[in-house]
Design a protein around this ligand. Structure first.
Ligand code: GLC
Length: 741
């Protein structure tokens, strides 16, 4: 009966003809006019059943079903099956007083059933369209499960691989991450949120969560507003401008105020300056975590701070439901504020079409058709190939003429090493492991030996690996970190290879056979201490469901590697955090080499024993062919402010193999009202060239590309001289210049 009344109201809204307000406004106003204060606060409350996927600290058991029937829950996250979702929706629609549909959310961040490479890996493809497509395909599968909201894209910039969540982002550069974040929103949401194969995106974690002190998850974040605006804000802003329907607050404090109660972040910046009109959800229990932060005395105080900051929905803490009515009755939070926040959430449900048909998402038939489609698997394999980065190759790759391969290492048959973190709906038995990929591509020529565990030796493992290597033409070692070591609450104090893996590598290298390392990891690793034992190094990341095939596609030479790093790889832990877009300082190191104790002091910004440069820089990636960049020309060597700058370059594939690469354009603002990075990415183009083929590429730099947060705190450009470089990594040497008059 209740559902009929909602549908009638929906139709009345449409048939009521054009009113000053939209049909949506009219529908939501009518609905809210019938709601009690508690029911409105219920819409602002999200919970996870204790039987669901665990994505945060667990608390007291709650009776979700009873709360759904009493209209005290507006959204549920982390249900495990389409059946559970459908059953819970039916309970809400048929058994609650007003039958308001539930919003089902989940972390679909790099695929749903078919898992794509982790986001940091996909960013190394620099293939923005492929990343958009992967989000579209993930939404297609998720919506078939009944999920209509994903907590993605993660837009947090980070240059600190100690922080496990770098795996979820798009690296250290704001220009690239902004384009990827916007593309993911477009992929998830499509042209119409009411399309039942699209889902709401969520811009997270707002804000600056990727800069925790010491790289330790949840730790304090403290930076100038200027640094935030120049280096961290762009991806959030781009994702919001792409139309993201929701945003999520981060766990960290920002300028000493936790994001979930931070009025500058959530009102002044997000609502007023950026014009966001969707709804904001907290991160998991982040509202009551303001007690631990020391800015709230208790849960009621925390709810007050969050509501005052216009945080619309409380994820899991229950503080809104427990204290919201009292805050209104005591006059601390005006009921019109509750109305505004509740309206934001109901409008999202309306846009999703949930009031018209609460069961438009999901359904057993839809689910069976939607998952593991060939198109999805093909895209997963292709983007996995494009995300892998060839970091070193003494010529041993590709293995097209290899006779016998000794495949060695702790992750050979590990599906988790292929999948990484945030893969709640994965199927291990559908995941192609490294050994499966190799045996399919090199039938009869692969001899598998584990050699050691991820962090522990195996009795006799090294000797067995050495024997296998001696009996083979080439040794391929799959080393790195296990998939569960990336993601949330996975901070590390070292990103070096574990000792047992170093020992295994050294022993196999000592056989004199060529050594290929396939690196599986969710973060950059410090490899200087082992790189001399490696003849070829292919960074596979956690490449997803089709990872084993994609690795074999590249190792065999069927395809050339084409990935380029989006995070710098340090030489050693001591360099972290390390980034390409660093400042010059007043005493820049001029690379005159290392000091030894007692030698002449070098009064420069450098280390005593280690170069400043990373082992592999941002933008770096090798190919099986060779690309030459020349004829760099700035067609507009002098422009006025407000005018575009046009730059042209020629790229030639001078090698013998057809392949893709990423042409990158970097700028340096030589003199400005504030210190500026020594290089900034301001253009890129992924191109495919046949052997011998040349292509001319033109970049157009807009006034925004030349703008920054000036000394007067205005985002604008300034006149002056600029240097420009184009090449295939952030150390590109091909240089030119232009002037803004
Ligand atoms: C987690 C994560 C966040 C995720 C949320 C829901 O704690 O911080 O990224 O979306 O909770 O699972």
């Amino acid at each position: 009966m209740r559902r009929i009344s909602l549908v009638i109201m929906f139709l009345v809204g449409i048939l009521g003809g054009c009113t000053p307000r939209t049909e949506a406004d009219k529908f939501v106003d009518d609905l809210m006019s019938q709601m009690t204060l508690r029911e409105k606060i219920g819409q602002m409350s999200q919970f996870a059943p204790s039987t669901g996927v665990v994505t945060g600290p667990q608390g007291e058991q709650i009776d979700v079903r009873t709360m759904v029937k009493s209209g005290e829950i507006g959204s549920i996250l982390n249900l495990k099956t389409p059946q559970e979702i459908e059953e819970m929706q039916r309970l809400a629609v048929d058994s609650s007083r007003l039958g308001i549909p539930i919003l089902f959310g989940h972390d679909i961040i790099h695929g749903c059933k078919v898992i794509f490479p982790i986001n940091l890996a996909s960013s190394c493809s620099w293939n923005v369209e492929a990343i958009r497509k992967s989000a579209e395909l993930a939404a297609y599968e998720a919506s078939a499960m009944g999920i209509s909201w994903t907590f993605s894209p993660m837009c947090d910039i980070s240059a600190d691989p100690r922080w496990g969540r770098v795996s979820e982002g798009s690296g250290e550069d704001p220009f690239l991450a902004a384009r990827i974040s916007a593309a993911m929103v477009e992929g998830y949401q499509g042209a119409d949120l009411a399309d039942s194969s699209t889902i709401m995106a969520c811009v997270k974690h707002f804000a600056a969560y990727g800069a925790p002190e010491a790289g330790r998850d949840y730790n304090t974040v403290d930076m100038s507003e200027r640094m935030f605006r120049d280096r961290y804000l762009p991806p959030y802003k781009a994702a919001l401008e792409a139309g993201a329907a929701t945003a999520m607050t981060s766990f960290n404090d920002f300028d000493a105020l936790p994001a979930s109660g931070n009025e500058w972040l959530l009102k002044t910046l997000l609502r007023d300056e950026l014009g966001f009109d969707g709804f904001v959800v907290s991160d998991y229990r982040a509202v009551t975590e303001m007690i631990k932060h020391g800015v709230a005395a208790d849960a009621k105080d925390a709810a007050f701070l969050a509501m005052r900051a216009c945080l619309d929905m409380d994820m899991v803490s229950g503080s809104y439901l427990s204290h919201g009515e009292a805050l209104v009755k005591e006059g601390l939070i005006p009921e019109k504020e509750i109305d505004r926040m509740c309206r934001n959430i109901l409008m999202a449900k309306y846009r999703l079409g949930l009031f018209e048909d609460p069961f438009r998402y999901g359904g057993a038939e839809r689910y069976a058709e939607a998952i593991y489609r060939d198109e999805t698997l093909d895209v997963a394999r292709e983007i996995a190939r494009e995300s892998m980065v060839l970091l070193k190759n003494d010529g041993v790759l590709p293995l097209d003429d290899a006779k016998e391969i000794a495949l060695i290492g702790p992750f050979l048959s590990s599906p988790r090493a292929m999948l990484g973190s945030w893969t709640a709906f994965r199927d291990y038995d559908r995941t192609v492991t490294v050994d499966e990929g190799f045996k399919a591509r090199f039938p009869g020529r692969v001899h598998v030996v584990k050699g050691c565990e991820a962090f522990a030796e195996v009795s006799g493992g090294v000797n067995e690996a050495v024997r296998a290597a001696k009996n083979a033409d080439v040794a391929v070692l799959v080393l790195g970190f296990p998939g569960e070591l990336s993601g949330e609450a996975a901070s590390m104090t070292t990103v070096e290879l574990p000792e047992c893996q170093k020992k295994l590598l050294a022993a196999v290298k000592a056989t004199g056979k060529p050594v290929v390392v396939i690196l599986t990891t969710g973060r950059p690793m410090a490899l200087e201490s082992v790189i001399d034992n490696i003849d070829a190094l292919l960074l596979a990341w956690h490449p997803g469901t089709m990872g084993g095939h994609a690795i074999a596609d590249l190792v065999s030479g069927d395809y050339s590697p084409s990935g380029h790093l989006t995070m710098s790889f340090p030489r050693c832990d001591g360099q972290i955090p390390i980034r390409y877009n660093h400042k010059n300082t007043g005493r820049p190191a001029d690379g005159i080499g290392l000091r030894t104790p007692g030698s002449r002091k070098i009064y420069q910004s450098c280390y005593l024993m280690t170069p400043n440069s990373p082992l592999y820089p941002f933008g770096y990636g090798l190919s099986y062919t060779e690309f030459v960049y020349d004829s760099l020309e700035v067609m507009t060597p002098a422009v006025h402010q407000g005018e575009p700058v046009r730059v042209r370059v020629r790229v030639t594939n001078v090698g013998s193999m057809d392949a893709a690469t990423v042409a990158q354009l970097y700028l340096r603002d030589m003199v400005a009202s504030t210190t500026r990075p020594v290089r900034e990415l301001k253009g890129f183009r992924r191109i495919f060239l046949k052997s011998g083929e040349s292509q001319e590429i033109e970049f157009t730099l807009t006034p925004d590309d030349l703008s920054f947060c000036r000394a007067d705190m205005k985002f604008a450009q300034e006149s002056g001289d600029f240097k420009v470089w184009v090449g295939d990594n952030s150390d590109a040497l091909l240089e030119s210049a232009f002037t803004v008059l």
